[in-house]
Ligand binder design. Structure first.
Ligand SMILES: CCCCC/C=C\C/C=C\C/C=C\C/C=C\CCCC(=O)SCCNC(=O)CCNC(=O)[C@H](O)C(C)(C)COP(=O)(O)OP(=O)(O)OC[C@H]1O[C@@H](n2cnc3c(N)ncnc32)[C@H](O)[C@@H]1OP(=O)(O)O
Length: 224
């Protein structure tokens, strides 16, 4: 796994986000508009030409491969291309996950037309992806080191209507490098999908202790 470090301050990251987030939001609006537009075919052809011109202008300077997950000097992750939370990824709803002192992770997100499976309902794969992200974040933050999904079990209790959903995850225990986590996705009437995960901190990663030491050393260097 790539642990690229970038030397960016909090202010520099905020300045980048101020430009990037509105751009991504515009592309999300474009995705929704393309799904739901009822304008004539000639207008669709014209739209395609203009979109292709914008795409060509962005390709003028392009990162090879994917965005990756750079870490700042204080070890804050920048998963900006992530399919669930990426602030540069218009496919991501995006999920904004809050971590709480009691170890739970929560998020509220609006799932519109782009996330449809059965008519008017959230696609089951999207629910699984969002729950997977919640499990991964709860496990990783609790453990202090990134945890990958080893086993994910998803139970669909009833259909989830498109619209606002709430997600919540909490760790229920750990054993060596395995962290056990549960999560649920709820509509206004309660849980519609639940998930259980066995999240594993891969053997080749630095341990939580090593990461804590690296963090402290980096912070000390920075203060000096
Ligand atoms: C640098 C600074 C970091 C600071 C971090 C702090 C916070 C982080 C903040 C944000 C969050 C960051 C990340 C999380 C975000 C999103 C999560 C999205 C989740 C995903 O979307 S992630 C992609 C899908 N995911 C994969 O792509 C995994 C592919 N796979 C592998 O990468 C390996 O396969 C792996 C790692 C799973 C295991 O590899 P390994 O070699 O380390 O494991 P090993 O064999 O040593 O087993 C050790 C113990 O785990 C048990 N075990 C092994 N495999 C298991 C399995 N599958 N199910 C259940 N238990 C399993 C064994 O049975 C043994 O248990 P026991 O010790 O009891 O015998």
């Amino acid at each position: 796994m790539d642990f690229r470090l970038v030397d960016l301050s909090a202010d520099e990251i905020a300045a980048q986000l101020a430009v990037v987030e509105p751009l991504t939001e515009s592309v999300r609006a474009l995705i929704d508009a393309v799904i739901r537009t009822e304008v004539p075919d000639d207008d669709l052809d014209d739209a395609r030409r203009r979109i292709d011109a914008v795409t060509a202008s962005l390709r003028a300077a392009q990162k090879p491969g994917s965005y990756g997950v750079p870490f700042t000097r204080d070890f804050t992750g920048m998963p900006w291309g992530n399919a669930a939370v990426g602030v540069r990824n218009a496919i991501a709803p995006p999920l904004r996950v809050d971590h709480h002192d009691d170890g739970t992770a929560t998020a509220r997100v609006r799932l519109g037309a782009a996330y449809e499976g059965p008519a008017g309902l959230v696609h089951g794969g999207i629910s699984a992806m969002l729950l997977d992200q919640m499990l991964g974040e709860a496990a990783s933050v609790g453990n202090g080191t990134p945890c990958f999904t080893g086993t994910l079990t998803v139970k669909y209790l009833r259909p989830t209507p498109l619209g606002d959903v709430d997600l919540r995850a909490r760790t229920t225990g750990s054993e060596g490098r395995k962290v056990f986590v549960r999560a649920e996705l709820c509509d206004a009437d309660g849980p519609t999908v639940t998930a259980e995960g066995i999240m594993v901190s891969p053997r080749n990663l630095p341990s939580p202790d090593q990461i804590a030491k690296l963090r402290a050393a980096t912070a000390a260097d920075h203060d000096a």
